[in-house]
Structures are given as C-alpha cells and as structure tokens.
Design a protein around this ligand. Structure first.
Ligand code: 5AD
Ligand code: SF4
Length: 466
C-alpha cells in the first residue's frame, strides 16, 4: 500500500474558519437530520458530519421532516441501496415545496459513482449540495457557499482520497466507538464498486490511531471497532495490522473488534492474536462470498475454498470459541446449480454464527457487469432462500449451544421489543436480551443464558453474592 498524503493542517484550519462563518450567518439552518445508509464506514463518516454541523451551530433533529437541513450519506454497493437513496431524494422534492428554505445535501458512495453527480445536477436541481467520498472534510466550505451564493454546489473530486485527520465528531455512543484505521480498497473483486468510489488503500499512522483510542478511552469507551474495507492489508508507518492490534491491546480498553477482513490477507500473526491478546474479542467477520473455486476465481478473490477452510481450522485451533460471520453472494454471473451447492456445502462445513446473504447486483463499471448472466432472477431467489434456510438452522443451533453459559454482556440499549429489558453483546458478538433498566447501558453485566431465539439470546442477570 502506498503512503498517502494527509490533508494539510492548513486546509483543516480553513474548514474550521468556514464553520465559524456559517455559524455567524443569520439565515442558516438551525437543525439537521442525517440519514446514514450502508456500512459502518458510512456510520463513522456520519459522526464526523454531525460534528461539523454541530460546530456550525446546528442541532440534531430526530424527526427528519422537521429538520432545516437533511443530509443523505449514501451507499451504492447494490442497486437496491442506490434506488432507496434516489427514491428518498425524490420524496424530498415534495417536502421542499412546503418548506423552500430546506437545505438538501447528498453525499457518500453513490454520488462518487462515475456520472452520478452530473446526472443529479441535471435531474434533481432542488438538491443544494452534492459532494463525494473524497471531499467530505470540505462540507463547511460547501455549506457556506450554498448559503451565500444561493445556488446549488455540486463538487465531487476525481482524485484518490487522502487521509483526513482532525475532523470534528459527534459520537453516537459514549462506550462503544468506531475507529477508522484505513480507507479504500485495492482488491477489485469483479462484482464490487467500492474500489471505484472509495479510492485506493491508504492507512492512518499507528500514532494517529492510538491517539484516538486513548482519547476515546479517557471519554469512557469500553469497546472499539477498528474499521477498514480490508483491515488485514493495513500498513501505517511500516506497521502491519497485527502489530497495530498488539499495541492497541496494551491500552487496556476492555473490548476490541475489527472489520472487515479479506481471507487472502489473514496472516498467521493475526490468527495468533486471537489466542494471545487479552482484549481482542473472539469474533471475526470473514466474508467468503462463494464456495466454488471457479466462482471465486471469476470474482477475483485470490483464494480457494480449501484455503478458506484451512483458515477457519487454524482460527478455531487458536481460539475454539471464536464466532465467525460472513458475507455471501448468490447468483454471480454464470454460477451453476452445482457451484451454488458448493456454497451450501461450505456453509454446512464452516457453520458460521451468522451470514449476510445477497443476490448479485450488477454495478456499472465493474468487470462482472460485463459477464454474461443467464440465470433468471427467480432461480437466484430460490437459491438464496435455500441458503438463508440453511444458515438460519445453523445460527439457531449455535445459539442453542450458548444456553446455560455465563456471559459478560456490554449493555447497549433498552430492548426495542420489551421496554423492561436491555440488550447487549457477549464477547463472541451474540446479542442477549435480559430484564433490566436503562441504568445498565454502557456497563458490563454477567448474564446466564436461559434460551435462544432465531437471532438473539435471552438471559438473566447473575447477581453476585459477595
Ligand atoms: N452484488 C451483491 N453483493 C455485493 N457485495 C458487494 N458488491 C456486491 C454486488 N455487486 C456484498 C459482498 C460484500 C458486502 C459488503 O456486500 O458480499 O462483502
Ligand atoms: Fe469490495 Fe472486494 Fe474490496 Fe471488499 S475486498 S470492498 S468486496 S473489492
């Protein structure tokens, strides 16, 4: 991975000045609502956006229709994500008819797609600001321009991203935090649009990452999730990902997790970390995508089924309790029935705790979009249903095996279904609900698992007798 320039301090100071300028304007939005679509990387970006908007003197408005500024942080990994974003934007046009001062901003992966910004400018002139993934840090300048020039700003940078340090932030959670360690992806899996919209791989320095972790720890973080499209190829200041993890482990933050990992780059050192590090949780998201070597080859995944299965074996040898999760694509162009059945047999062999399953969605500009695809959609739907049924049965069996165990749960929230219960995760990443009140949020609670549902566990708090 190449060293990448860091956006200069001077530029970040300029943006701070724009935040002050916006704040001083009489006619500016007073409140904002951010809609974050897609992955954790976007969620983390939304925390930076919220931080910038707060510094511009705006406050978060939980009800979207009531906000003066609505910002869509979009995703484009599959067509339905894009349709959802565009559908929402069209709906905003109606809202703006009743509220002409409403400011509409659209950014993120979708707007970074080739030709998208130009199309949006032409077809949706009511959008006030369109920006991409590489110029998020310029949001204060763009918002100032929209407000003072009184015309839309459409700015998407073609150049590859730099590393941005020092953006303001408004974290969603005080005790569980996302920390970016690298950006972009160089893998060019043939189905995937991410390398085109998020740019080339670039890492933050270990010092910047550790400084952020220390700050979060001071502020009360109990858990951090290190983020990157492919954290295994992290290389910051010469340090590999496993080295970074060893350094972070020493800080003493109780729980460390990371995502996403690419099987081709999962090193023995990293596998060893699961046996050695005190704070690294026994959980790994390791997308396999397909179970057939031929499909993996055409996906440009650079590993075989056998290699993946060997990794799983090594991981379980090192850490028998590790919970593995995965992403799987069904109906990749040319996937035959028997190739699909190899995915089923891989899933049966590995027994993931959970898997996110997707029907292949062609993305313009990717190599696979030009591959012949003769399988009817109805057949793909049947296939994915077989896969979902299989995985659900496995997930249930995995969860049932947890019944009777004692687990330490980091409580995240009051349960959505039952206000007398709270929910949080075990070290392995299983969600447990148990009777308890909001005062437990952010705390560790020892819980006995009493039953298993389809996706979650139930338990009861163990009150120590000491
Ligand atoms: N179609 C379907 N699924 C996709 N993914 C990425 N690109 C596509 C696509 N074109 C899935 C992969 C990836 C996850 C984030 O999204 O499984 O791991
Ligand atoms: Fe997309 Fe492959 Fe990169 Fe993941 S590793 S972001 S699937 S190109």
């Amino acid at each position: 991975m190449k060293e990448r320039p860091i956006v200069s301090d001077q530029e970040m100071l300029r943006q701070q000045e724009f935040m002050k300028l916006v704040k001083a304007l009489d006619a500016r939005p007073q409140s904002y609502h951010i809609v974050s679509m897609g992955c954790q990387m976007n969620e983390r970006d939304s925390e930076s956006i919220a931080g910038m908007l707060n510094e511009m003197g705006m406050r978060h408005e939980p009800v979207r229709e009531q906000a003066d500024l609505i910002l869509y942080n979009t995703c484009c990994v599959r067509e339905n994500a894009e349709n959802k974003a565009l559908g929402n934007v069209i709906w905003l046009k109606e809202l703006k008819k009743d509220k002409p001062e409403l400011m509409i901003c659209v950014g993120g992966c979708m707007t970074q797609e080739k030709g998208m910004a130009a199309m949006m400018k032409r077809r949706y002139p009511f959008i006030d600001l369109v920006y991409g993934t590489h110029n998020l840090y310029k949001l204060p300048e763009y918002i100032y321009r929209v407000l003072t020039e009184k015309r839309p700003v459409v700015e998407v940078m073609d150049i590859d991203g730099e590393v941005v340090e020092g953006m303001p932030e408004a974290r969603k959670s005080r005790f569980s935090a996302f920390v970016n360690i690298m950006y972009g992806c160089d893998n060019f899996c043939t189905y995937c649009i991410v390398p085109y919209v998020r740019g080339r791989e670039r890492s933050r320095t270990p010092e910047a990452v550790i400084a952020e972790c220390l700050r979060l720890q001071d502020e009360g973080a109990q858990e951090i999730m290190l983020l990157g499209q492919n954290v295994n190829s992290y290389r910051g200041g010469g340090a590999a990902f496993a080295e970074l993890l060893y350094r972070i482990d020493k800080l003493g933050i109780p729980r460390i997790r990371f995502m996403t990992s690419h099987p081709k780059d999962l090193s023995d050192e990293l596998i060893a970390a699961f046996g050695e590090l005190e704070h690294l949780m026994p959980q790994l998201h390791l997308p396999v995508q397909a179970g057939s070597d031929e499909v993996l080859r055409r996906m440009n995944r650079s590993y075989s089924r056998e290699h993946y299965l060997a990794l799983v074996e090594k991981l379980r040898e090192m850490c028998p309790e590790i919970g593995l999760t995965s992403d799987i694509i069904v109906g990749f162009p040319g996937e035959t029935l028997s190739q699909f059945e190899e995915t089923l047999s891989l899933v049966s062999a590995v027994r993931f705790d959970a898997a996110y399953t997707f029907i292949y969605s062609p993305r313009a500009g990717t190599r696979a979009a030009a591959y012949p695809d003769e399988t009817p959609y109805a057949v793909k739907s049947e296939r994915i249903q077989r896969l979902i049924d299989l995985q659900q049965a496995i997930s249930l069996e995995v969860l049932e095996k947890q019944v009777g165990k004692r687990e330490r749960v980091l409580v995240e929230a009051v349960s959505t279904r039952d206000s007398a219960s709270v929910g949080g995760k075990t070290p392995r990443g299983h969600m447990v609900n148990f009777p308890g009140g909001a005062e437990l949020i952010g705390k560790f609670v020892d819980v006995e698992i009493t039953s298993a549902g389809r996706n979650t566990l139930r338990g009861r708090q163990i009150i120590s007798e000491a």
